[in-house]
Design a protein around this ligand. Structure first.
Ligand code: SF4
Length: 63
């Protein structure tokens, strides 16, 4: 059981995106911040890009 509840979720509806809740979809607060078991979730690719950018910044001494 998850202990996290999105403040934008009203039942099955996303009040932020004005459509049914789809965690990890573009515009979702979780987009690019979490890895989902569904490989089709756009968040996974965004997360991978963020990690690659962070790695490059670290290698170049920016962080
Ligand atoms: S789609 Fe994302 S932002 Fe919208 S209610 Fe679901 S978890 Fe929250």
């Amino acid at each position: 059981m998850s202990g996290w509840t999105c403040s934008h979720q009203i039942g099955e509806y996303c009040d932020l995106l004005k459509k049914p809740c789809d965690p990890g979809d573009k515009g979702c607060v979780l987009y690019g911040k979490a890895l989902f078991s569904n490989p089709q979730t756009p968040s996974n690719e965004a997360l991978k890009r963020r990690e690659e950018i962070a790695k490059k910044r670290k290698e170049r001494g920016y962080e």
